[in-house]
Design a protein around this ligand. Sequence first.
Ligand code: MSP
Length: 524
Amino acid sequence: MSKFYLTTPIYYVNDVPHIGHSYTTVAADVLARYHRLKGEDVFFLTGTDEHGQKILRVAQDREETPETLVNRVVERFQKVWQRLNISNDDFIRTTQPRHTRRVQLIFQKLYEKGDIYLGDYEGWYCVPCESYWIESELVANNCPECHRPVERLREKNYFFRLSKYKDGVLKHVEAHPDFIQPESRKNELCSRLRAGVEDISISRQGLPWGIPVPPVSTEQGQTIYVWIDALFNYITALGYDDEAERFQHYWPCDVHLIGKEILWFHGAIWPALLMALELPPPRRIFAHGWWTIEGRKISKSLGNVIDPLTITEQYGVDAYRYFLLREVPFGLDGNFSYTALANRINSDLGNDLGNLLLRTLTMIEKYYGGHVPQPESTPGTLDEDKPLMEKVKTLKTLVEKEMESLQFSKALEAIWDSIAQANRYIEESKPWVLAREDRQKLSVKLYTLAETLRLIAMYIAPFMPHTAHEIQQQLGISVEEKEQRLSYRWGLLKPSTRVAKGKALFPRIELSPQPSPKVNLPTV
Ligand code: MSP
């Protein structure tokens, strides 16, 4: 059984999760579910990044301890992931002893190897991004990433010899075209690597909220830089390296899913750290785009932050998951609007998928007393039945191809092509006429439609697990997850199965005059 290890970034717990965080996590969940259905041994990791100056400051502003803050906010993340039906296999918090202990061991190892050394840092620091910047990188004296003011730092720090590994990283990126995706981001990364890289500071002096640097020298009071602490989560969660069995089984990671703004950390610093540890790099890092809301950057001060709990309460979990992955090609930036969400629900989910199920089951009830008919001739022998059958049969290859390249929206497009074809098949074959004139053909049409729906449910299962289950229930079949992967073959739906037409899958959402619902981000 082949293994598949995938991760999301670990999110900062200075604030509660919003649509952006949920995007990466939902995408990872879809991928994890897809690979499980293929029968692979999947390990899906997510978690929270709980140290650093940003979190400490928020806690201080709230006059509480950072421990209290992180313990409260992490619950919120876990609640949101539960609501969104996220099937992660582990959840790592960087404050857990299993992580802190291992990060210290790694630090010590790299120090003893000579890849970490003590030096003096002088430069700039952006607290919101937790990033060091040199003077020439600033834009109008602000952080080049988030454009907020930076702070001057002058302190003793430990440094990591990034410069030593730069050529090795560049070579690896160039030699493995799929390592960094999408292509455009890979090119940006390569240019930055070619432009030259200096050693990086990897500790902070006198910052009390972080993992203490182990006593490798006489220098006191240093904590490990939050980004270094965070990146190691991908291996500490697997037990590296004091309980290495799980690590040996799952490493290298098959895909790190991240947002585009943290590609430098993942595509340059992380592989260099791994090289220093003499570990293989991950197989793939995919940096997706950013969501804006109604055309504007997501920001608390603009008051446009979307809370996944509120929005799923109003629109449904599966509709939200579908929308996130269908609306924007993975890798590009996207814009969220309530109108676009409602349109997807009404058209793709309600009209196309929901109606296909409703019409099919209504006809099976009406003409066959609610039992899937035994086709009275072999489906697919008549020319008129071929296009739909062929389309559904080729879906497996199409979906596989798109899922392998993480093109979720294209995979969904392919599935919806089959749904559209099935709806056309109803229009063209007019079962209501056949009911009077040709019962033999009618049995073939209705069997073909029900079997198409069985397969559609399987293809949408990674994206919309509840909906897939609901369709299966209405079709009268109960499918264990492990059986599902065996049932991509055409013709497995048993004639005479008793269907159970249920409620509409996606009731219509009224668009106007409804204003965008006011969504206030609950504060931490
Ligand atoms: N803690 C670091 C990551 C450490 S990983 C070793 C961090 N955390 S974060 O809370 O700021 O989360 C950033 C991630 O959240 C992005 O990389 C992306 O996955 C997701 N998103 C946050 N806002 C987003 C959008 N507006 N749009 C899409 N995704 C974004 O960085």
